[in-house]
Design a protein around this ligand. Structure first.
Ligand SMILES: O=C(O)CCC(=O)C(=O)O
Ligand SMILES: [Fe+2]
Length: 335
């Protein structure tokens, strides 16, 4: 990895706690309690990978996928568009034209293609197909982390054993995917920054970024604060599906990606995301059991399958839910 200019010290940063993957893997009760606390209060945390064999492998793989995505995003636009929305409504290359004509772009690659859950994979460029072993290893490692976190949440919520895990089996069809994100260096444009405000709509998200730019708006505030990238850690956040399943016990926090702050603002920004979603045929509604039974029915989500849900959210038809001031708001576009 080439050296990047540092994230600035004079900007306001978000109060994310840092949890250790190794300690969570080892069954450390205090770490598990800290995980449940931040899943309820902020819905975002750092996950430090050092000391975990799988975590350390993920850091190396994320760096390799970052290099790969730089190459992929450098392909001619016509080439990338061969894998665009005409190929698939969501698992595709997408772009947004900034006022200066440059493209903010992403590319969604589904877990079911990488792990062979579908018999026929969507077409992909040679760069992607040649990196199949890297993708497969990375997706399996992300799934290891996801399954551990779901199990810990299941225990903390006092749900019958395996409830959350059984809604998220890696071998079942789902909207899980890897995302490459690229933003070129660009002047701050309030409209495009605002357009990007969103909650994630899946269950859990694993994010690697190398430059600043990610901002969150903490609960009970109206101020956007920066999330500092931390080398050797990923950022994990909870999505709207966890809010629906738990009737609001868990939090899916609003966030957005702004141009990186100086002295990082002249660089192209890339990030690598793994989104987990419930299995396609899971019905999106509050779960029965554990401490969820004791809370009021506070999330008015129309019932539909997870497949309908992520397609609607992914195309912007269904607005997001997020807890800004303890209530539920819906006036944001989907991402
Ligand atoms: O690029 C980042 O840091 C965050 C990206 C993100 O929030 C998303 O793709 O949903
Ligand atoms: Fe997001």
């Amino acid at each position: 990895m080439s050296e990047l200019p540092p994230f600035p010290t004079d900007v306001k940063t978000a109060p994310l706690v840092s949890l250790s993957l190794a300690r969570l893997e080892a069954g450390d009760a205090a770490e598990a309690a800290a995980f449940f606390k931040c899943s309820k209060e902020l819905g975002f945390f750092y996950l430090e990978m050092a000391g975990s064999e799988i975590g350390e492998a993920m850091v190396t793989e994320a760096d390799a996928l970052n290099e790969l995505q730089k190459q992929w995003m450098s392909l001619p636009n016509e080439t990338k568009e061969e894998y665009g929305l005409k190929m698939h409504d969501f698992f595709a290359y997408r772009h947004y034209v900034l006022p200066d004509g440059q493209r903010k772009e992403d590319y969604n690659i589904r877990k079911d293609d990488v792990l062979g859950v579908v018999s026929e994979r969507l077409p992909a460029h040679k760069l992607i197909l040649d990196a199949q072993p890297l993708f497969e290893s990375y997706v399996r490692h992300c799934r290891h982390v996801i399954e551990l976190l779901l199990e810990l949440l299941n225990t903390a919520l006092k749900l019958p054993p395996g409830t959350l895990g059984n809604l998220h089996k890696a071998s079942a069809r789902s909207g899980d995917h890897v995302r490459f994100n690229h933003s070129p260096p660009a002047a701050w444009d309030e409209e495009s920054v605002r357009k990007g405000e969103h909650t994630d709509y899946g269950s859990l998200t694993i994010l690697f970024n190398w430059l600043g730019g990610l901002q969150i708006r903490p609960p009970d505030t109206t101020e956007w604060v920066w999330v500092r990238p931390v080398r050797g850690s990923c950022i994990v956040n909870l999505g709207d599906a966890m809010v629906t399943f738990t009737s609001g016990i868990l939090r899916s926090n609003i966030h957005r990606v702004a141009p990186a702050p100086p002295p990082q603002d002249h660089l192209d920004r890339y990030s690598l995301v793994y989104f987990t979603r419930p299995e396609d045929d899971v019905v999106m509604r509050r779960l029965k059991g554990g401490i969820i039974d004791a809370v009021e029915d506070s999330v008015a989500t129309p019932e539909m399958t997870a497949a309908e849900w992520w397609l609607k959210r992914g195309s912007g038809v269904l607005p997001g839910i997020f807890t800004a001031k303890g209530g539920f708001e819906s006036a944001i576009p989907a991402q």
